[in-house]
Design a protein around this ligand. Structure first.
Ligand code: ADP
Length: 633
């Protein structure tokens, strides 16, 4: 028999397949099943208008059989089949096939590894098989043919004796190696799982004979004697795929249970989702999607290992397990899938990133998620707060990252604890509750709302009846700084130099007092030996003697955060020690300032230590601090 040569292009592609060290060799099965399904589609379509086909919809099927002894895996279909000419054209060359697209869209990396590989077509069989045989009979043809190849050396075509229309693809699997156990692809469980994973929603049944075990009928005597029954194997043909994807069903057909069950099964979460949404979009982007918000963050959510993404299907066929481009980072917690007929099965990972259609779908999905969250915030506040506890941090990161590019989209989804009401409120709710004379949205940073409420800086603002947002997460102040304002109202830290509270007369008064006590303030600062930028008289303190604030861009809270990061940034906030001129301690300081400089220095250290403690920081020298207290006592 004459051995024919592959066309040069095909040969190169084949070589790539054979030498591919691509880890997802298992996708060959998806490719062959997908081809079989296409072939059945064609014949089924014919059967609708042509009685001679002689098959009903229910007669069509894809069959898989595995034989461990001969190491053969067969995928059969009763689809349209191929004529001799088609065999040559389709499998001998790669003109017009998905494989051609594959070749032009995919690149090889240094190790000759194919990057971004799916929709690789028929030749993917050579990733797992040393020999591939195709026996096929085309609809309307008298004869059947056999195509056979062991790879790059070429292929043969000869007549065969197949009697019914359709195609059998027979793979003789490669020998097992240290790295790859090809025998696995003969294992019933593995095959079943692969079909479930990649081809569950193929529209025609994928059948396989599966071995089960059952107890052998026992004699009465054995039963009475309580003997354990023996088991025997028996075979049964099973349909491995469920055929209709849940997301393609009508919403009215589906129950809450269906959606939740699907989620738990598919995304391996042990708890039910907090919220789901079934999207059927038509228009500029045609797709179905199932989107889920988990009720809690997965254990690896805040680690580098966590990968965002939605499953991507092209018309019921899985093309990507986790398509990251479908989700913006700030919605990275969303799980789910997207099925679109607008995407080609043969699209590669790299091309996908540039696919216009995918971008349109991603935009539309982002909008859906955002609307769902807004709806939940409005109508199911408790649920939203549960969501916020699990994933709020991510939204705040979203506000801050990319130079605040997305803040407008996210600001209405934010919650912060109100110091006044001790509950979570939105920025809009804050604005609504603002006093007529209130200029700013006030915020304070600290470990907890309770601690923030004890801050000396907070007192005066609360006295005015103004609410304060408690920023308790590390990211919060960064997010607020990125926002800058909300609905024209600027944010203002309670520790800011100018909180806009005192009138000019008050300012003047304090200024005069500072001038009067200039030497004292200088002495105090000197005693603190560079630990603070300066010591000032405070306009914001009521009952407390001191507080610590900062000057410039970096606040004390930001200093804490920045310095806890891996790179040693050594960023320091410019500290300002504020002293309450109305407090009796101030009079003490004034008198020591005249008489006892040494004592003044000790007092300065004590007051600074107190201010640190109130801010949730520790005194730099706790031993000295404690000794000073004892001395005083
Ligand atoms: P693609 O499926 O993307 O076109 P393939 O390389 O997988 O590319 O297949 C090449 C061609 O071979 C298909 O377009 C189809 O015409 C033909 N073919 C493959 N498998 C079958 C089959 N099971 N039945 C009929 N035709 C097939």
């Amino acid at each position: 028999m004459e051995t024919k040569q592959f066309k040069a292009e095909s040969k190169r592609l084949l070589e790539m397949m054979i030498h591919s060290i691509y880890t997802h060799k298992e996708i060959f099965l998806r490719e062959l099943i997908s081809n079989a399904s296409d072939a059945i589609d064609k014949l089924y379509f014919k059967s609708l208008t042509d009685d001679k086909v002689g098959l009903n919809k229910d007669d069509f099927a894809i069959r898989i059989s595995a034989d461990k002894d001969s190491r053969r895996l067969t995928i059969s279909d009763n689809g349209i089949g191929m004529t001799e000419e088609e065999l040559e054209n389709n499998l001998g060359t790669i003109a017009n096939s998905g494989s051609l697209k594959f070749k032009s869209e995919n690149k090889l990396d240094e190790d000759n590894q194919i990057i971004g590989q799916f929709g690789v077509g028929f030749y993917s069989a050579f990733m797992v098989a040393k020999k591939v045989t195709v026996i096929t009979k085309a609809y309307g043809s008298e004869k059947s043919f056999q195509w056979e190849s062991e790879g790059v050396d070429g292929y043969t075509v000869s007549e065969a004796d197949k009697t019914d229309v359709g195609t059998d693809i027979i793979l003789e699997l490669l020998d097992d190696t240290e790295d790859e156990n090809y025998s696995d692809f003969l294992d019933q469980y593995r095959l079943k799982n692969l079909v479930k994973k990649y081809s569950d929603y193929i529209r025609f049944p994928i059948k396989m004979e599966v071995t089960h075990s059952r107890p052998v009928e026992q004699s009465e005597e054995d039963k009475e004697a309580g003997k354990a029954p023996e088991y025997e194997d028996y075979n049964e043909v099973e349909t491995l795929n469920s055929m209709v994807p849940l997301w393609k069903k009508n919403k009215s057909e589906l129950t809450d249970e269906d959606y939740k069950h699907f989620y738990v099964e598919k995304f391996y979460d042990y708890s039910e989702p907090l919220k789901y949404s079934h999207v059927k979009n038509e228009g500029n982007a045609n797709y179905n999607a199932l989107l889920y918000i988990p009720s809690r963050a997965p254990f690896d959510y805040f680690s580098k290992e966590y990968e965002k993404g939605l499953q991507l299907y092209s018309n019921g066929v899985l093309i990507m397990e986790r398509c990251a481009d479908l989700l913006p980072d700030y919605f990275n917690f969303v799980k789910g899938l997207v099925d679109s007929e607008d995407l080609s099965l043969n699209i590669s990972r790299e091309m996908l990133q540039h696919d216009r259609q995918l971008k349109i779908i991603a935009k539309s999905i982002e909008k859906t998620i955002s609307n769902e969250l807004k709806k939940m915030l409005k109508n199911e506040r408790e649920k939203y707060e549960e969501f916020w506890k699990a994933f709020g941090l991510q939204l705040k990161y979203g506000v801050y990252s990319d130079y605040g590019m997305n803040k407008d989209k996210l600001q209405d989804l934010l919650l912060f604890t109100s110091a006044k009401e001790n509950r979570l409120i939105t920025l809009d709710e804050y604005i609504t509750g603002m006093r007529e004379d209130q200029k700013y949205i006030y915020y304070a940073t600290g470990e907890s709302a309770a601690r923030i409420n004890l801050l000396p800086q907070v007192e005066m603002i609360k006295d005015k009846g103004y609410d304060i947002l408690c920023l308790t997460d590390n990211i919060d102040e960064f997010a607020v700084k990125a926002l800058m304002k909300y609905k024209e109202k600027e944010f203002c830290s309670v520790s800011a130099d100018d909180t806009g509270l005192e009138d000019n007369a008050e300012k003047e008064e304090i200024k005069a007092k500072e001038e009067e006590n200039a030497q004292l303030l200088k002495d105090l600062a000197e005693a603190l030996d560079g630990k603070v930028e300066k010591v000032v008289l405070s306009r914001r303190l009521r009952s407390h003697p001191v507080c610590l604030t900062s000057e410039g861009e970096v606040s004390l809270e930001m200093e804490k955060v920045l310095n806890s990061m891996p790179m040693d940034q050594q960023i320091k906030a410019k500290r300002v020690l504020e002293i309450n001129p109305g407090h009796e301690i101030f009079e003490k300081l004034r008198s020591f300032g005249q008489t006892d400089k040494e004592k003044l220095g000790k007092y300065a250290k004590l007051l600074y230590g107190q201010a640190l403690l109130i801010e949730g920081l520790s005194p730099e020298d706790p031993v000295e601090f404690s000794n000073l207290i004892c001395e005083l006592m």
